[in-house]
Design a protein around this ligand. Structure first.
Ligand SMILES: Cc1ncc(C[n+]2csc(CCOP(=O)(O)OP(=O)(O)O)c2C)c(N)n1
Ligand SMILES: [Mg+2]
Length: 375
């Protein structure tokens, strides 16, 4: 008996904008001029924010910070394809996604400044706080989509993950359920070529990460993640598929983390300058800018104005961030447990004692009362 083919799979790649900004009209998404400008403006602001955040960290005005540089399209654009009631489930590099959903940048700064008052999403949004443990949010995003299905609503969930997180067991569990139950879940892989110091080749032997979708009966597609319009089209289509009850989508967005993993990392220790330079030439914002100019959607004056307004906007947010009163350090223990475990009780008491001593020696200023619930 000859072998018979029981299944065949193909994985396609979507590119809309060439590196020089030329649009391929045969695959371009339907998008209004207003939406185009929104995408571009939000991407520009997050680029300016990111540059300023790094400087703040280096000046000791911010804690550890994960850079977005080079991933503006994959951060911002998917969030702009959603409605507020869709579930946003980002990673720790999610400040671009949060900003696109309307969260003020001052709160991102507050969070990365070590203050949990920074977890402040706009009223009415279904935004989840990201998890620092890699990949633990994938089953949560699946569960949220499942909940929507059980309620008979059409809201989808979108889960950003990295190339590294796509190797975790949670990926398998989330997509197994999402496929079987035909859930409106989008697994958006920001393949930025690195999981800290582990490169893409060492991550997985498959040619693409998008093809993993086939193993779960999901639709999978690879997109140029430095091409804002390709990302927009792929995500909007995945959202429509999810709302129509056609099941999950895996999108592999090929992009590049141009900066260090976080400010605590030194990427020069494990990758070459040539590689970084190669990707700099594929900068997502620069490509978008070239397209807008080429197609006469914006002229140079308008581009300069958007840049200037972005700088002013971010400067104002930094001012607001630094104007927040300092919290009581004891607040870090609050609101975590229904019943506090003994190590936390001991640690809190120890810190309380240290603060009392420092105050008695006038080494620290007067503190506000501790807030929140500590049982
Ligand atoms: C469970 C777990 N293991 C290890 C870490 C340390 N860690 C933080 S980010 C990271 C790499 C993640 O790479 P990737 O998924 O590609 O995400 P990227 O930051 O590149 O977008 C690791 C190992 C962690 N936070 N959680
Ligand atoms: Mg990565």
């Amino acid at each position: 008996m000859p072998l018979t083919t029981v299944a065949e799979h193909k994985t396609e790649r979507l590119e809309v904008l060439a590196a020089d900004g030329t649009l391929d009209a045969s695959v371009a998404p339907r998008i209004s001029k207003e939406k185009l400008l929104e995408l571009f403006t939000v991407m520009t602001r997050i680029r300016v924010f990111d540059e300023r955040a790094i400087k703040l960290q280096r000046q000791g005005r911010l804690g550890t910070y994960p850079q977005i540089l080079g991933q503006e399209a994959t951060q911002v654009v998917p969030a702009l394809c959603l409605e507020p009631k869709d579930w946003l489930v980002p990673t720790y590099r999610g400040q671009g996604a949060y900003f696109a959903r309307g969260m003020k940048l001052r709160y991102s700064l507050l969070y990365w400044g070590g203050d949990d008052r920074g977890v402040k999403f706009p009223e009415g949004n279904n935004d989840l706080m990201f998890a620092i443990p890699v990949g633990s949010h994938m089953t949560q995003a699946m569960g949220l989509a499942w909940g929507e299905k059980l309620r008979g609503t059409k809201n989808v969930s979108i889960c950003w993950i990295g190339d590294g997180a796509s190797s975790k067991g949670d990926f398998h569990e989330a997509l197994t359920f999402a496929g079987v139950h035909k859930l409106g879940m989008i697994m958006f892989i920001e393949n930025n070529q690195w999981a800290i110091s582990l490169g893409r080749e060492a991550q997985c032997a498959a040619e693409t990460l998008a093809q993993k979708a086939h193993g779960y009966g999901a639709y999978g597609i690879q997109v140029d993640g430095n091409d804002a319009l390709a990302v927009y089209k792929a995500v909007c289509e995945a959202v429509a598929r999810g709302r129509a009850g056609e099941g999950p989508t895996v999108i592999e967005a090929i992009t590049y983390r141009m900066g260090h993993h976080t400010t605590a990392d030194d990427a020069t220790r494990y990758r070459s300058n040539e590689e970084v330079a190669e990707w700099k030439a594929k900068d997502p914002l620069e490509r978008f800018r070239k397209y807008l100019l080429k197609d006469g959607i914006l002229d140079q004056n308008a581009l300069d104005r958007i840049q200037k307004e972005a700088e002013e906007y971010v400067a104002e947010e930094i001012k607001e961030y630094e104007a927040f009163s300092k919290p009581n350090p004891l607040d870090m223990f609050a609101n975590n447990f229904a019943t506090a475990p003994w190590p936390l009780i001991e640690q809190r008491a120890e810190l309380e004692e240290i603060l009392r001593e420092k105050q008695s020696r006038n080494e620290i200023p007067e503190l506000p009362p501790a807030e929140g619930r500590f049982p």
